[in-house]
Design a protein around this ligand. Structure first.
Ligand code: TYM
Length: 345
């Protein structure tokens, strides 16, 4: 009887569609990571077979302080858990613990044109901000990301707006490989939220909120205190005029309305009528408080989990083993198809 139950469970799991996504452990996570990625990850984990990764190999395309990279890797796992990712439902693992990621990335490099990587917006941006270190890893970053996704035969990839171009390349590489050889990879679809796919900087609302921004007043971090959040929102840059409405010429207010939507679930029409006739001051205070209420339980759980190194390590060990099991099957197929000699045969 027991056996039959476990077989039924396995069948259910194997029939589910697959998700893969990841976040770089290159700094403290922000409210943008929540709305662009983690909120959806949590929602999708009941329906899909999910692989959620810490993209540490991607992080080293920019110089990292080794001790910090190690602690941020563990902290990122603690944040995944604090947001509600359940290791019983989803596989959590560190990219560098599963060697197949680097191995498939090399193969995919050999199928990618120089022009395809050089036109990537993120490569162009990072080449400007890290002029002293424009390395080959930064250039071929999207082929490693394609390997991450294609190894798991992912159907869906929940990400924020900025990753759309990388996803497009992953799809092209999968189609190209399938065309040269035979059907090998699933063609992944991006899953980008309608609201919150691009949270903007608080002081410069025409640019993305980014954890690597030197000005911390631009960013709401997941571990910010209530006071910090309320103060940052209070000091955020707003637009001319006094109306609270979503509009292309009101990037500051539109960004705050998006944050308010994420924190409260109220839609834009409801928000506009709630604040009709009220000033920016009242609105900013309400947004600050709502965002603080939204972040607070996540922050509290994060603080609790981040010091439980044994629990985090146990989750990552099991995750690496599950991930390796799936990834190695895909890599063997790929090696065979491209003609690499195997000692097993
Ligand atoms: P990363 O680490 O820059 O960001 C992780 C996720 O958070 C989203 N995000 C945002 N969404 C909305 N507004 C923002 N301000 C904001 N900032 C970040 C990102 O869109 C992303 O979904 N290359 C990836 C990591 C990666 C990956 C993968 C993702 C590596 N391999 C495979 C998916 C599948 C990256 O640098 O994300």
């Amino acid at each position: 009887m027991e056996k039959q139950n476990s077989k039924t469970n396995t069948d259910t799991i194997t029939r589910r569609k697959t998700i893969l996504s990841g976040i770089q452990p290159s700094g403290k996570l922000t409210i943008g990571h929540l709305s662009g990625a983690l909120d959806n990850w949590v929602k999708l984990q009941d329906e899909y077979n999910c692989f959620y990764m810490i993209a540490d190999l991607h992080a080293i395309t920019v110089r990292q302080v080794p001790a910090l990279l190690r602690s941020q890797t563990l902290e990122t796992v603690a944040i995944y858990l604090a947001c509600g990712i359940d290791p019983k439902k989803s596989t959590l693992f560190v990219q560098s613990h599963v060697a197949e990621h680097s191995q498939l990335a090399w193969v995919l490099n050999c199928f990618t044109g120089m022009g395809e990587c050089s036109k990537m917006t993120q490569f162009k941006d990072k080449s400007k901000t890290h002029k002293e270190n424009i390395n080959v890893g930064l250039f071929s970053y999207p082929t490693l990301m394609a390997a991450d996704i294609l190894l798991y035969q992912a159907d869906l990839v929940p990400v924020g707006e900025d990753q759309k171009q990388h996803l497009e390349l992953s799809r092209n590489l999968a189609q190209r490989f399938n065309h040269y050889y035979s059907n090998t990879f699933k063609i992944p679809e991006p899953y980008i939220p309608k609201i919150g796919a691009r949270i903007m900087s608080l002081q410069e609302p025409t640019k993305k909120m980014s954890k690597s921004d030197e000005n911390e007043r631009n960013i709401i971090f997941i571990d910010d205190t209530r006071e910090q959040i309320i103060n940052k929102v209070k000091r955020s840059v707003t637009d001319s005029g006094s109306e609270i409405k979503m509009a292309a010429d009101k990037p500051g207010i539109s960004n705050l309305m998006t944050l308010y939507n994420i924190a409260t679930g109220k839609n834009f029409t409801e928000i506009e009528s709630e604040f009709s006739g009220k000033g920016y001051g009242d609105f900013k205070l309400a947004v600050g408080e709502a965002v603080a209420d939204y972040i607070q339980p996540i922050r509290e759980k994060f603080i609790e989990y981040r010091n439980d190194k044994k629990m985090l390590n146990d989750i990552l060990k099991e995750g690496a083993s599950n991930a390796h099991f799936v990834a190695s099957r895909t890599l063997s197929k790929v090696y065979k198809k491209i003609g690499l000699y195997s000692l097993d045969k």
